[in-house]
Design a protein around this ligand. Structure first.
Ligand code: NAD
Ligand code: UDP
Length: 319
């Protein structure tokens, strides 16, 4: 049985990846220090013999006995309010954490895929963003702790690939949503869902003209899986190119939830990118991948998920 280590396994993306690799017949070692994740996301896997959980901070030395075939490094705070609250941990997991896992990949002769982000493009001056674009990031701005950690992650991954011949993959993930996102993690999908379900007005930051392109979790997991299995070692964008302004998105949520809330406007956070849309030509060509789930469909599914949360869960607010 092939063995895979998934870091950040108790988080949103990590837990869905655990499900996928279990389904594919792998032995899954799930690692997490639970700083932003929740064991609830993977507790359904605990009874399985092909699954184990290790409570560990990957910024400290990582030891796995025996053989290891694959590593998926997804540990990192990922929402702006999380990484603004824990900036040093964010920098450490992107740098020291990545270094430790590349070292482990080298020792075990394992293939490693690291989770990078559209944030490496910063507030982009090129639109849509293709992998060739170098980005527009402020190293000293509040989001720099996340963006620069991920840029360092990419650099050291390529260095291990070139210098030590480690078998590496880099995915640049664009805004992804789905079940198991923390209701109060501050990202726009759970924020709007929570507000709609509590009967509150929806908080749009700035004038709402900034854009994002939202990818449904199942599409994202499929893209990551295909990239891991490919032999392509340069970074690949995985995201849904269907772009929307945040104001239009708030209006869509109000329409879907059938509520009579209004939109209220709050200040735009510093360095919040004004536009974002992935160019996915590479993923199409190399992986034969493109998103299958429209925003309308995906948002409906995620609304059903948030509706099923307990009344106590729903009271957890982000701002
Ligand atoms: P998340 O917060 O739900 O999950 C992150 C997980 O990592 C959490 O369970 C957390 O406890 C764990 N973690 C953090 N630091 C750790 C450490 N030092 N040691 C061990 N575990 C640690 O976030 P997510 O949305 O699932 O993001 C997962 C990964 O995907 C992150 O690396 C993130 O940067 C990347 N990503 C996500 C998106 C997205 O839209 N969701 C976009 C771009 C990149
Ligand atoms: N946003 C918003 N209201 C909220 C939360 C977020 O208008 O309650 C905006 C945010 O300013 C950004 C966009 O929605 O322009 C996406 O934010 P998110 O934190 O989800 O992701 P990121 O900024 O990392 O792309």
């Amino acid at each position: 049985m092939k063995k895979v280590l998934i870091t950040g396994a108790a988080g949103f993306l990590g837990s869905h990846l655990c499900d996928r690799f279990i389904k594919e017949g792998y032995y899954v070692i799930a690692m997490d220090n639970l700083i932003t994740g929740d064991l609830k996301n993977i507790e359904h896997l605990f009874p399985l013999e092909q699954f184990e959980f290790q409570h560990h901070d990957v910024s400290k030395f990582v030891h796995i006995p025996g053989k290891l075939d694959y590593i998926l490094h997804f540990a990192s705070p990922a929402s702006p309010i999380d990484y603004l609250k824990i900036p040093i941990e964010t920098l450490k997991v992107g740098s020291l954490g990545t270094l430790n896992l590349l070292g482990l990949a080298k020792e075990k002769n394992a293939r490693i895929l690291v989770a990078s982000t559209s944030e490496v493009y910063g507030d982009p001056l090129v639109h849509p963003q293709s992998e060739e674009y170098y980005g527009n990031v402020s190293p000293i701005g509040p989001r720099g702790v996340y963006d620069e950690a991920k840029r360092f992650m990419e650099s050291i991954t390529m260095a291990y690939h070139r210098f030590h011949n480690v078998d590496t993959r880099i995915v640049r993930i664009f805004n992804t949503y789905g079940s198991r996102m923390r209701l109060n993690d501050g990202r726009v999908v759970p924020a709007f869902m929570g507000q709609a379900l509590r009967g509150e007005d929806l908080t749009v930051f700035g004038d709402g003209s900034q854009t994002r392109s939202f990818c449904y979790i199942d599409d994202q997991v499929e893209g990551i899986y295909r990239l891991l299995k490919s032999d392509y070692t340069d970074p690949v964008n995985i995201g849904n190119p269907h772009e929307t302004t945040i104001k239009e998105f708030a209006e869509e949520i109000i329409k879907l939830t059938g509520t009579d809330q209004k939109i209220i406007y709050k200040p735009l956070p510093k360095d919040d990118p004004l536009q974002r849309q992935p160019d996915i030509s590479k993923a199409k060509e190399i992986l034969g991948w493109q998103p299958q789930v429209s925003r309308a469909e995906g948002i409906k599914k995620v609304y059903e998920y948030f509706k099923s949360l307990s009344p106590e869960e729903l009271q957890k607010k982000e701002h």
